[in-house]
Design a protein around this ligand. Structure first.
Ligand SMILES: Cc1cc2nc3c(=O)[nH]c(=O)nc-3n(C[C@H](O)[C@H](O)[C@H](O)COP(=O)(O)O)c2cc1C
Length: 179
């Protein structure tokens, strides 16, 4: 947990998932960041239009999943249509697999390289004014083939994370250099 901030420190676009009252949903979010070390906290901007936000506000929980470039099309699908307008579950509509976790009611997204289970720190004024949500990370995991002992060591190109530029263009995580 003391290294959970490192799962977001390099600025990946994430998938935000939430569930409430038998409904679940997922969206893409580039505007996220770590906020504290221990206990780890995060910040994420979630627009008022997002159906995922409705579920987050109702449940007080969400999961951030860090998708690899292998899920690029699914990330774009999650980021370009609203679950509010779909007849079917958005995970299925986007070709994403959900898995439940014990830490929170929100599901994680399978096939990602890292996951942070989060409980919202209630700041209703901040959410209303800036669409900004702060949360405490209550559990975190990573694919050990990409992150272990608190360090990223991405070896396979398809595991590289996505870094949104604009308009659906991304950089993927590049070579690590040591300062
Ligand atoms: C690459 C990418 C990054 C995005 N980043 C954010 C973000 O940081 N915050 C946000 O509110 N919406 C962001 N979006 C837009 C939402 O993902 C989009 O509005 C989505 O349809 C909301 O889904 P929902 O209504 O099913 O929750 C992003 C979209 C893409 C494609």
């Amino acid at each position: 947990m003391s290294k959970a901030y490192r799962l977001l420190n390099h600025g990946p676009t994430v998938l935000v998932s939430a569930a409430h009252g038998g409904r679940r949903n997922v969206m893409a979010a580039a505007w996220n960041m770590p906020l504290d070390f221990n206990p780890p906290k995060v910040a994420v901007v979630i627009d008022k239009q997002a159906y995922t936000r409705t579920l987050i506000e109702a449940s007080g929980e969400f999961v951030l999943s860090v998708p690899p470039v292998a899920l690029l099309q699914q990330v774009m699908a999650a980021g370009s249509q609203s679950g509010r307008d779909l007849d079917q579950d958005k995970f299925e509509a986007c070709g994403l697999q959900a898995a439940s976790v014990s830490a929170v009611g929100a599901p994680l997204v399978e096939g990602c390289v890292a996951w942070l289970a989060c409980k919202v720190l209630p700041e209703p004024e901040m959410a209303a004014r800036y669409d900004l949500f702060l949360a405490e990370v209550v559990a975190a995991w990573a694919d050990s083939s990409a992150f272990s002992d608190g360090r990223w060591h991405i070896e396979r190109d398809e595991q590289r994370s996505l870094h949104h530029v604009a308009g659906g263009a991304f950089f993927t995580t590049g070579a690590m250099v040591q300062g």
